[in-house]
Design a protein around this ligand. Structure first.
Ligand code: F6R
Length: 610
């Protein structure tokens, strides 16, 4: 995720800002930059690559001044490059802005500004803000920022400064986190607490839609829309640096699990039209005719990404009625697959660097097949080599066990499936809108699930010493059980198996005996009764069954030992919600066994070997 730092005080701003950016390095980034108000006016330096590259450029060319803003960028719109790095400025370098998140309507604003004669030097959505500030400025940067923010839709956090008012910085938060710090004769902006922890522990954590005006004398908070002043008590941070990097959570995994409402919101971002509720995917270069002609899809990926592919298979087949085959990349690459002239290969990779997935992509391209990548990393090998890319915009994932990347992959693939159905006309506008409206509620529902995890914690404590356990489900539920089982294995080291519930009776039931824990997902109404029959089969052999169902289901409780319900949603969307308690189960089980949650044994974040 991008990092924002801002400083206004009496000290060397460049040093404090670069120091703050260094403290945010753990979040991942691909370029960095800093802007400072010097005696010659607003000046900036920015560079693709590590902070060291920026520092090298600043050597002998230091930006001397005591107010400025800085940024580490994790590319979303446009590749990692010097031009796309932040801060962005207007043409006369009077205004500078740093930005996290996504401006959903930036294309519309950009076109308007181009028509007025503004020229753009980057591919970013952020640059529109700098030009819009210049275009709107009326002698008051606070009122101007308010107007500019009123024009923008999306989820973002901003740091703004102008040469016209050198004694002020403005910070705005809409959805993306932003913190302002209060020091002695100095004030700070940070996308995260570590950015300023060395200098102050007194902070305001901005809420959605709030704006902060920073001067050397202190900080004032306002409602960004109404301009009304907000009174808030200062929050005194008593975390150490390591705790602060994890947002106060015990581990990156737990933080990333809790990042999911926001991450999923960003994945949907501009892709669901606010009025029509149709799906828009301007990133796709292939024509509607090409998309319509596709008659067969392979989804190729590894591990968790492959599990996201299994959800997508069911969804695409249901919504578009085109056959989809999911393949493990390490198998697919040596398999001599059968392509039709209109086959599409979809590769899914969080990192975009997984060796097997990349090799499968290259094999497909060698055979002349079109490849669409779903990835989280702009500029990754998979993103560069695929014909088409749909970014997941989950933000960097640091914990080895993938959580938010999975949910965002699933959501990105739903969006692709819906768009595809729209183009092919296999779903009506009303059917599409019904699904997207429910999708927009998913972030809130994930947040609700995360507020009630006590029961799952107790269950996890109870399984910490078992030899083995089973996850069972049918259809979309089965796809999620595979991910739940992988998560549990990789971080708790407890053996588990995910089984298609109807398949148990063909042999594996032999392993079900007294007190074997079974986690049964039962969210799909059309196969609910069949699922209950399978639960009865394991109960009859002594299994202890934890059922997971959609709220309102009163039937499941009659057949299982305990039930956890998740907020009601369309059955087709249930995977985004059912996976959350399973992630929490593996987290708590790992904790109960005293494991290092973020660095499980024998695993790497990015598997770049065959
Ligand atoms: C499990 C996990 C792995 C990855 C797999 C593919 O939590 O993270 O199973 O999903 O190694 O990685 P990517 O998605 O980077 O290709």
């Amino acid at each position: 995720m991008c990092g924002i730092v801002g400083y206004i005080g009496e000290k060397n701003a460049q040093e404090i800002i670069v120091g703050g950016l260094r403290k945010l390095e753990y979040r991942g980034y691909d370029s960095a930059g800093v802007a400072v108000l010097t005696k010659d006016g607003l000046s900036y330096e920015k560079a693709k690559g590590r902070l060291a590259v920026l520092e090298e450029r600043l050597e002998g060319n230091a930006l001397i001044g005591n107010a400025g803003i800085g940024h580490t960028r994790w590319a979303t719109h446009g590749k990692p490059s010097d031009e796309n790095a932040h801060p962005h400025t207007d043409a006369k370098t009077k205004f500078a802005v740093v930005h996290n998140g996504i401006i959903e309507n930036f294309l519309e604003i950009k076109e308007e500004l181009i028509a007025k004669g503004y020229t753009f030097v980057s591919e970013t959505d952020t640059e529109v803000i700098a030009h819009l500030l210049a275009d709107t400025y009326n002698g008051d940067i606070v009122a101007t920022a308010q107007k500019v923010v009123g024009r923008m839709r999306g989820a973002y956090a901003l740091g703004i400064m102008t040469e016209h008012e050198p004694d002020k910085l403005v910070a705005v938060r809409l959805a993306s986190p932003l913190i302002v710090g209060v020091g002695n004769g100095e004030s700070f902006i940070g996308s995260d607490i570590p950015a300023m922890l060395e200098h102050t522990r007194d902070v305001y954590i901005l809420n959605e839609g709030e704006m902060a005006v920073l001067t050397r004398e202190g900080v004032e908070l306002f409602d960004a829309q109404s301009g009304e002043k907000i009174e808030r008590e200062i929050f005194h941070v008593d975390w150490d640096l390591v705790q602060a990097e994890k947002g106060g959570f015990d581990s990156f995994m737990l933080k990333e699990i809790h990042d999911q409402p926001q991450a999923v919101r960003e994945t949907m971002g501009a892709r669901i039209h606010p009025e029509t509720k149709k799906v828009v995917m301007p990133e796709l270069k292939m024509s509607e005719a090409e998309l319509k002609a596709i008659d067969h899809i392979y989804i190729v990926a590894c591990g968790t990404s492959m599990h996201a592919g299994l959800v997508a298979k069911d969804v695409i087949e249901k919504l578009v009625r085109v056959p989809v085959e999911v393949a493990i990349a390490s198998e697919f690459r040596y398999r001599d697959p059968i392509y039709t002239p209109n086959t599409l290969v979809i590769v899914i990779s969080q990192s975009g660097e997984t060796a097997d997935t990349l090799a499968a992509l290259r094999e497909a391209k060698k055979s002349g097949v079109k490849v669409l990548a779903v990835t989280n990393v702009v500029g990754s090998s998979v993103a560069r080599e695929a014909d088409e890319v749909v970014f997941t915009w989950a933000g960097p994932e640091i914990a080895v066990a993938s959580t938010k990347a999975y949910t965002c992959q699933v959501v990105a693939l739903y969006l692709f499936a819906l768009y595809y159905a729209q183009v092919k006309g296999t779903q009506t506008d009303a059917q599409i809108a019904e699904i997207t409206e429910h999708m927009l509620q998913l972030p809130g529902k994930i947040a609700d699930i995360l507020k009630h995890t006590e029961e799952i914690r107790v269950f996890a404590e109870g399984i910490k010493d078992v030899q083995s356990l089973f996850f069972i489900g049918r259809g979309l539920d089965y796809a999620v059980t595979l991910e739940g089982s992988l998560k549990l294995k990789e971080i708790s080291y407890i053996h588990s198996e995910a089984y298609a519930a109807g398949e148990l009776k063909h042999g594996t039931l032999a392993l079900i005996e007294d007190n074997v824990p079974v986690i049964a997902l039962a969210t799909q109404p059309d196969i609910f009764e069949k699922m209950v029959s399978n639960i009865v089969e394991v109960k009859a052999r002594g299994a202890h069954v934890l059922g997971i169902a959609l709220e309102g289901n009163t039937e499941l409780a009659k057949s299982v030992d305990q039930v956890i319900t998740i907020p009601e949603t369309l059955p087709i969307l249930a995977p985004v919600l059912t996976v959350i308690p399973l992630q929490m189960l593996s987290y708590y089980a790992s904790l109960a066994r005293g494991n290092d949650v973020d660095k499980p044994r024998n695993l790497a974040k990015s598997v770049t070997v065959e």
